[in-house]
Design a protein around this ligand. Sequence first.
Ligand SMILES: C[S@@+](CC[C@H](N)C(=O)[O-])C[C@H]1O[C@@H](n2cnc3c(N)ncnc32)[C@H](O)[C@@H]1O
Length: 254
Amino acid sequence: MINDEIITSLLERIQNEIGIVLSRQTDRDRINRYLENGGTIPRASELLPVSLINLVTTNETYFEREAHHFDRLIKEILPKLNEQGSTKPIRILSAPCSSGEESYSIALRISASMVNISRPIEIIGIDISEEMIEKARKGVYTSRSVHALNQSILERYFVCENGTYRILPLPSVSIRFIAGNVFDPMLWKELGEFDVIFSRNMMIYFDSTKNKELLKRFQEHLRGYLILGHADDHLNAKEIFTPLRSERGVIYHI
Ligand SMILES: C[S@@+](CC[C@H](N)C(=O)[O-])C[C@H]1O[C@@H](n2cnc3c(N)ncnc32)[C@H](O)[C@@H]1O
């Protein structure tokens, strides 16, 4: 049995550095197995190993998840941003993007809609899991992942190969994926400012202190709208942002 103190200190590092709270016995057992199978114990000056990060992240996602957010983006947010008269790109962040389904859902909605946007559109997806970012860059998905997409969207924007779905290039938007930790200030320097931030189904894994830290970071880098998942930290979000309610829930404005 690996020393309990080592496990405790790894759990603390995970919570401090990437936000994820792991407090159950099953989490300790998972870390224990990682160590017993030769997983490395990083020094204080070293980054957490990728294999450890992959072990503790939950990457569940699919196209058109919480689809009403994409409706609001197309019907409400993009027309308002377009009205601003700027010629600068509309910048949309998907943080976290997991294997890319959220970022591509945004891109597909924009490509397929009749919405008349004169500004260029840039989408950036970020996720701490390098494995998920690799998947996002490849853009190849299972039938489970695309189950909520219309048949017409599948036929128009995907190539079906051996039971998988490869997304085709979408000329009306620029889309790229970056591996990074949302708590890394250097990453935010690289990212810059955004008109829309989607941050769905990540805060549920963090505690309130980390969520406040993240929401402050969003505030610094947002000049428009914030969209959280229904189970994310709305309590702290409404302290910082202005809620915009509709019959389908709430989004926020800076
Ligand atoms: C459940 S997925 C949500 C994906 C997508 N937003 C959705 O709602 O379908 C949560 C993602 O958060 C990522 N994540 C967790 N902690 C992170 C951190 N500190 N920085 C960046 N991504 C993180 C995980 O790797 C995982 O892919």
